[in-house]
Design a protein around this ligand. Structure first.
Ligand SMILES: [Ca+2]
Ligand SMILES: [Ca+2]
Length: 154
């Protein structure tokens, strides 16, 4: 009888001890930086026509919010074809988004030297949805456009 009581006490004590050892969950991130994107797929033609007179699109991208273009990435991949994907873009120092609780768009354009760039498509994301999860990357799809965004959270 005495032995059983001791075991019960030991079990209770062990449970109490293991509870106090639980770590606090990581707090929600308050800042997020976009460190790069990857174009997984995008339309190879502009509604059936070539993006350029002399070949495929030369994709670049911008980061926008509802008011303005916040960041423009001006390095492009020339004349992409179906075998060019995925297209990987790195933002050298990262682009820190001004607010975590706001919607942003990644806009894709075909860079054109002698005329205005052609709009290819967009994915929209709101980092506040992921501030507790803090994913290193997340993939977004809209129509024929699929983009993976790389994040750094703090
Ligand atoms: Ca064009
Ligand atoms: Ca072009």
């Amino acid at each position: 009888m005495k032995t059983i009581r001791l075991i019960v006490f030991a079990l209770i004590f062990t449970n109490l001890f293991s509870c106090t050892k639980k770590e606090d969950p990581k707090p929600d991130a308050t800042n997020v930086t976009v460190t790069g994107i990857k174009i997984v797929t995008m339309p190879l033609t502009d509604g059936g026509s070539d993006w350029d007179l002399d070949g495929g699109a030369d994709p670049i991208f911008t980061i926008i919010n509802s008011n303005a273009t916040l960041y423009s990435h001006n390095l492009y991949y020339p004349d992409v074809t179906s075998s060019s994907f995925p297209l990987v873009y790195t933002i050298a120092d990262g682009y820190k988004l001004p607010y975590i609780n706001q919607a942003y768009g990644i806009n894709l354009y075909d860079y054109d030297e002698t005329s205005a760039n052609d709009y290819i498509g967009q994915v929209v994301f709101n980092p506040s949805s992921y501030k507790s999860e803090r994913p290193a990357s997340k993939t977004f799809t809209d129509g024929n456009v699929q983009v993976t965004i790389n994040f750094s959270w703090e």
